[in-house]
Design a protein around this ligand. Structure first.
Ligand code: UT7
Length: 325
């Protein structure tokens, strides 16, 4: 019998400290940085984001999301034999956030590693977990996207600091004899390293280079709209499906205008697009599993429906996963 992988539970977690645009605009004004609620909403669709308190790490956010996903899947931490964490804001240089999360969860002994593909990280991690389950290398995986992007924001740079937030999302993915994950498509092009990066690194006990996020927003925007469409089409082709087969688009939540553009290209109305960017901002690798969990728990998306997940981010990386829930 053919072996597939299927999502059996979703979970998410947002740190309690919520900042509306008005809160952020006031904080930034006190630092001499001028922006407005109107600009942020018009250009991005963002109304609010959550920031983790000092001392709270990606593994802590990931732990809460993972526990929710395990509960939804009806399984215990000890039933997991693979943990993949997608993050660009790891707790430490090493070991991986996945190892730290594994220990906090009490799933000690199973395989655990991080995937670093920035905002496409969850798409990458889900594809790796699906492949490992299909080959028999794993039976039940925990796939987590967890970020504390507030730690790498330059609060003097209004072009980036209003865009991002913290949070985590997780899914339990397990072996199944009916298809859950239908197809996926991953890409990267390292010639675009400079348009979205945190260029600093640790050397000899010091940080060399800038440890804060830099982005050429317009360049990222222009690339994103084309690449997301091509990844979506390639994934549909691999599954012998068309635009018309998509029940829901669950996109990376960076900017409502990018989502609207992708929806238009795929001939989907916006009421078939899961949108959480308004309340979460851009949570990088956490944004897709966060959006998925919100859509599942609110009853927006239902068992048996066909979902297209897609993301784009630093690297440049991009990709899509088509799945039957
Ligand atoms: O998650 C990874 C993927 N990341 C993305 O997908 C992000 C992609 N890029 C974007 O979402 C958009 O490019 C941004 C939201 C970052 C920027 O929107 P934009 O429509 O491309 O604005 P812009 O960069 O062209 O800036 C327009 C104006 C500029 O002023 P001038 O030169 O026209 O006078 C900026 O200085 O808006 C100004 N501006 C701001 N004004 C008030 C930039 N940031 C702000 C701000 N508040 N926060």
């Amino acid at each position: 019998m053919k072996r597939y992988s299927r999502i059996s539970g979703t979970g998410s977690y947002l740190p309690p400290h919520r900042l509306t645009n008005a809160d952020l605009v006031a904080d930034l004004a006190a630092k001499g940085v001028e922006t407005s609620h109107e600009w942020i909403v018009e250009r991005t669709g963002i109304h609010a984001r959550h920031f983790a308190d000092d001392g709270v790490f990606s593994s802590d956010l990931g732990l809460a999301a993972a526990q929710n996903a395990l509960q939804a899947a009806g399984c215990a931490a000890q039933d997991i034999d693979l943990i993949i964490v997608a993050t660009s804001t790891p707790d430490m240089v090493f070991p991986s956030t996945a190892c730290i999360l594994q220990n906090k969860l009490g799933a000690n002994g199973c395989a655990a590693f991080d995937v670093q593909a920035v905002c496409s990280g969850f798409i990458y991690a889900l594809t790796v977990a699906d492949s490992m389950i299909k080959t028999g290398a794993a039976n039940r995986a925990l796939v987590v996207g967890a970020e504390v992007f507030s730690r790498i924001l330059d609060f003097k740079d209004r072009t980036t600091c209003v865009l991002f937030g913290d949070g985590a999302g997780a899914v339990v993915l397990e072996a199944s004899d009916t298809p859950g994950i239908l197809a996926s498509d991953l890409h990267a092009d390292g010639k675009y390293v400079d348009i979205l990066c945190v260029p600093g690194h640790v050397s000899g006990g010091a940080i060399l280079g800038d440890p804060l996020l830099k982005m050429d927003g317009q360049a990222v925007f222009k690339l994103a709209v084309g690449l997301l469409e091509s990844a979506a089409r390639a994934t549909l082709t691999k599954a012998n499906m068309t635009d018309a087969d998509i029940d829901w688009l669950v996109p990376h939540q960076a900017n409502i205008r990018i989502m609207q553009s992708t929806a238009r290209k795929l001939k989907l109305s916006m009421d078939k697009v899961v949108v959480t960017v308004d309340q979460h901002g851009n949570t990088s690798a956490a944004s897709i599993p966060l959006a998925l969990d919100f859509a599942v728990r609110s009853g927006q998306v239902k068992l048996g429906e066909t979902l297209l997940l897609e993301g784009v981010g630093g690297g440049f990386t991009w990709g899509a996963v088509l799945l039957s829930l």
